[in-house]
Design a protein around this ligand. Structure first.
Ligand code: ADP
Length: 211
């Protein structure tokens, strides 16, 4: 199939399964929410897909190709976290360009401008990151994640540090932005409303297993 296919994934810490016999597909333009309480294995699964958490067994396939042993930086998947993890001393533009530093300058600058439009922060390129509001910073983090045109975006509770009103607005915006750019995503959250607002499909995780 096209897109992501996880086959019987197991991840353990010591003698405990954090993820147990988990199989899941994400279509090439699909946004899947992974919903579950704290400790249910959501972050572990995302890290396993990204290639930064070793699997005990199971397979990660992309467009039918076996990615299980492929190093993280070659997968073309991007992980984005709750707190965006922007570089505080760099400008917004430099942060967005971080993952495309090897692109020719003109192309890189064009891509940054395009992304500033997409996340509705035109003209913000020269601002410093520590001058941004929480919501603006997460939109910059999203732009940075999208810059290299990832095959798949892995979002780990990207809105949960924000207050409720902003979270609701950004949830709708995030869904629209991912659909407009045609980027498939796994979106991790413990909030059922947020999951429904963003995703095409919601999958529920409990104790490392899909329900
Ligand atoms: P979630 O993202 O749903 O909150 P996690 O994937 O962070 O869940 O954790 C799943 C389980 O694995 C939990 O029981 C947690 O305590 C355990 N766990 C997560 N990371 C580690 C680690 N680095 N070492 C040991 N246990 C871990």
């Amino acid at each position: 199939m096209n897109g992501l296919e996880l086959q019987n994934i197991y991840v353990s810490y010591g003698d405990q399964w954090a993820v147990e016999d988990l199989s899941l597909t994400v279509g090439e333009k699909e946004i899947v929410a992974l919903l579950g309480p704290s400790g249910s294995g959501k972050s572990t699964l995302l890290r396993a897909v990204a290639g930064v958490e070793p699997l005990e067994s199971g397979k990660v396939l992309w467009n039918g190709q076996n990615f299980t042993e492929m190093p993280a930086h070659k997968r073309g998947f991007v992980l984005m976290f709750q707190d965006g993890q922007l570089f505080p001393n760099m400008s917004v533009a430099k942060n967005i360009a971080y993952g495309i530093a090897s692109w020719p300058r003109a192309e890189r600058e064009k891509r940054v401008e395009e992304l500033l439009e997409i996340v509705e922060l035109p003209g913000y390129g020269t601002r410093r990151v520590n001058e941004l509001s929480g919501g603006e910073a997460q939109r910059v983090a999203l732009a940075r994640s999208l810059a290299p045109r990832p095959r798949l975006l892995l979002l780990d509770e990207p809105l949960s540090a924000l207050d409720k009103a902003l979270r609701e607005r950004l949830a709708a915006f995030l869904g629209e932005t991912l659909r407009a750019s045609g980027t498939p995503a796994i979106f991790v959250t413990h909030d059922p409303e947020e999951a429904e607002a963003i995703a095409d499909r919601v999958e529920t995780l409990e104790c490392g297993k899909l329900r």
